[in-house]
Design a protein around this ligand. Structure first.
Ligand SMILES: [Zn+2]
Ligand SMILES: [Zn+2]
Length: 328
């Protein structure tokens, strides 16, 4: 990919092109190819990139997310309990851990990732959080923290993705911040980590049991999976190409032995999934998954949900600026 990266000054005589994502002025070469921005490394094309000046989360959050979150919030004392939990387990600990063990992304460190973070934040209208890249064999990314969120990308995830797909992953995480998920999400991550037997023996596990009731824990985990659906929509609002989301999910599903995987077949699989499983069936399914302690994000289901959203016309209405807020 790096072979078509473009320097800002060039003697080959192409016309300068402004990157539609990050605004960098790039000198293109006359010999064609698929030129990429020298700053954010995303493809340079003539199409405009929409930035949402005042995006309301209610315009894109998935109805299952809203419903599960509303149910969660009706549990008496939950916000206080969660804040207490995170005080005890330490929001600052998150920052310390990653500052000590991961690479902090700045304009001078992994600058293309920093540029992509900026693209996602300016598109959705979110203040820039800190971003870290951590060497980790689990294909994953997450957002944690309460007052000052941090985003962490695992190296094994970004190694497998194209620049556009990396933007989708970063945008999904920025979506969690925009949709005001971080307090609940951080608590849910903690619960998931505690589902791990080795950690469950730690003193923090009994602490969690003291602070959060069983009802709170169940409601939190029931919501957390649905929150993913909203953030996939946020990712689509940034990449502005549903197939970038689809291909990212395909890689999350099957890895990257790309020559053997057919994207069209994968889309068909997602459509079949959509036909076979209605929301009720999935609800029962989730209950089993949650009790069994699994936390995998089910990429095929997520693709089927994104396809459904695009086909409903809601995405296009948001892009055209004609959407009505579904806020309650
Ligand atoms: Zn750019
Ligand atoms: Zn997520």
């Amino acid at each position: 990919m790096a072979d078509i990266e473009i320097a800002s000054s060039d003697e080959n005589g192409g016309a300068p092109v402004r990157c539609r994502y990050c605004g960098q002025l790039n000198q293109t070469r006359a010999d064609g190819g698929s030129p990429r921005c020298g700053r954010c490394r995303l493809l340079l094309t003539g199409e405009p990139h929409r930035k949402f000046a005042e995006l309301d989360k209610h315009e894109y959050v998935h109805p299952s997310d809203s419903r599960a979150l509303a149910a969660l919030k009706t549990i008496p004392g939950i916000d206080t309990a969660l804040k207490k939990l995170l005080e005890v387990t330490g929001e600052s600990a998150i920052r310390v851990i990653f500052t000590a063990s991961a690479i902090k992304v700045t304009p001078h460190q992994c600058p293309d990732l920093h540029a992509k973070l900026q693209v996602a934040c300016t598109t959705l209208g979110v203040d820039m959080p800190e971003l870290f890249v951590q060497q980790n064999p689990t294909v994953n990314a997450f957002t944690g923290g309460v007052k000052h969120p941090v985003i962490v990308l695992h190296s094994s995830l970004i190694e497998r993705l194209t620049d556009e797909e990396v933007l989708a992953v970063i945008a999904h995480e920025v979506g969690h911040i925009h949709a005001e998920h971080v307090l609940y999400l951080t608590a849910a991550h903690l619960l998931e980590a505690l589902a791990n037997v080795a950690i469950a023996a730690a003193p923090v596990a009994s602490l969690v049991a003291q602070i959060l009731s069983g009802t709170m824990r169940a409601a939190l985990l029931a919501w957390a999976r649905r929150a993913e659906l909203s953030c996939d929509r946020a990712a689509l609002l940034v990449t502005q190409d549903a197939h970038v989301i689809g291909r990212t999910m395909m890689k999350l599903c099957g890895g990257t032995f790309a020559s053997k995987i057919d994207y069209e077949q994968f889309l068909q699989q997602a459509r079949d999934f959509q036909k076979t499983y209605d929301e009720k069936a999935l609800d029962r399914f989730w209950a089993d998954i949650i009790t069994s302690g699994l936390s995998h994000p089910f990429p095929v289901w997520r693709v089927s949900e994104i396809l459904k959203w695009v086909e409903s016309g809601e995405y296009q209405r948001l892009m055209d600026g004609t959407a009505e807020s579904a806020a309650a």
